[in-house]
Design a protein around this ligand. Structure first.
Ligand SMILES: *[C@@H]1O[C@H](CO)[C@@H](O)[C@H](O)[C@H]1NC(C)=O
Length: 383
């Protein structure tokens, strides 16, 4: 190597390495079934772009134990061996077992959290699972206490469960985190925020999915700020800044909060292709993408590979982009909006970022901006 190359190599080492904030990345085991460029497995993970990798998801059995019964989870557990190999390349990387998610619902969690012996089963089962697979912590994605089949007592029982998990994990040098709602109305139903914060090492605030095909009108899935087109008081709070500030105001320490960042978007089929405004009528989700294969949801990798010729509109008020093509409207995050969100997180002194999820960044660099353009942006700008 000549001197210039050595110099450049040293510079890039200094530019890339000194990230002190946490970058907590969800790895979703089911993405190995996606076709073509969309197929994502643990071998695609860059060991140096995340401080924590959260294996999503395992489920919960009625008896309080970790459930690994599904086919995809069995296949996914083979991926656990690949995750161990990734960790060998970065000994500081933490591997975390994540339980729950939207599809798991709330009822089983409510039952287990409300029963002391079932709570003990869960603690024991998590510790045994982590021992078996050499994991460094546990992440609970109960969506959500007191909702979707839960009961009012969940609010207190959630705290008790977290407290028992945290003392058992911390005694072994392991970490407890939870994915929590970033919607204020949902938070009021589910959480005693100060107590939740006290009983967690990291709080992954899901400040996304504020709008989507579950509503009959256009809205960005994760605007940083409110829009002047927001009408109701609730609409004005359905944004990243309002969600983060609510957690802070209610007593969560900034250092424990990881701001939730998406590598995806949500889209609509417009009722009238001529009206692309926020709150314009829709008749359902945008057409499914070839990799994520779900109406109304799209990966950044699909946007950059397949929709780069669509019209790109930047919303100055909300500080996020959307793209439009005919009757299709998709709001998403790109490097520009994620840089601004990370700078916002820095300004609030937050401890880091949580990323949902690795598989929809341009992880193989097929759009020409190098591998993982979004995750690299997050690492570059996070304090
Ligand atoms: C677009 O839809 C919004 C929401 O329904 C409405 O307020 C607005 O007037 C419409 N704009 C046009 C140009 O039709």
């Amino acid at each position: 190597m000549n001197k210039l190359l050595v110099f450049l190599a040293l510079c890039s080492a200094f530019i890339v390495l000194p990230t002190s904030g946490r970058v907590v990345c969800y790895f979703t085991s089911w993405t190995i079934y996606r076709p073509d460029h969309g197929k994502f497995s643990a071998s695609n993970i860059d060991p140096n772009l995340c401080t924590h990798i959260l294996y999503a998801f395992v489920g919960l059995r009625e008896d309080g134990t970790v459930s690994v019964l599904d086919d995809w989870e069995l296949t996914g557990l083979e991926e656990m061996a690949h995750l161990q190999a990734i960790k060998e390349q970065n000994p500081d990387l933490k591997l975390i077992l994540s339980m729950g998610g939207w599809n798991e619902g709330s009822a089983k969690y409510s039952t287990v959290a409300g029963n002391p012996s079932l709570r003990q089963s869960l603690v024991d089962s998590v510790l045994a699972f982590n021992d078996q697979y050499g994991l460094d912590g546990f992440d609970l994605d109960w969506e959500y206490p007191c909702q979707r089949g839960g009961v009012d007592a969940d609010k207190a029982n959630f705290i008790t469960l977290l407290g028992e998990l945290k003392s058992a994990l911390n005694a072994r040098g392991q970490t407890l985190s939870a994915a929590v709602s970033g919607g204020i109305a949902s938070c009021k139903l589910s959480y005693d925020i100060a107590a939740v914060a006290e009983n967690l090492d990291m709080i992954n605030v899901m400040v996304y999915d504020f709008h989507g095909a579950f509503e009959p009108f256009v809205g960005h899935y994760a605007p940083l700020y409110a829009s002047s087109l927001d009408q109701t008081d609730e609409q004005k709070t359905l944004n990243v800044a309002a969600g983060i500030e609510y957690w802070l105001d209610q007593g969560a320490p900034a250092s424990k909060i990881n701001i939730g960042l998406g590598t995806y978007g949500r889209g609509f089929s417009l009722a009238d292709a001529a009206n692309t405004s926020l709150y314009a009528g829709t008749y359902g989700g945008s057409e499914a993408g070839p990799y994520t294969r779900e109406m109304g949801v799209i990966g950044y990798n699909e946007v950059c590979e397949l929709y780069s010729n669509w019209e790109y509109i930047w919303d100055d008020e909300q500080q996020v982009p959307h793209i439009v093509n005919g009757n299709q409207w998709i709001g998403f995050d790109d490097a520009r909006s994620l840089q601004i969100k990370v700078e916002y997180a820095n300004s609030k002194g937050l401890g880091g970022a949580m990323v949902w999820s690795l598989d929809t960044d341009d992880f193989s660099g097929i759009c020409g901006g190098g591998k993982y353009p979004l995750l690299n942006t997050i690492n570059q700008y996070l304090n």
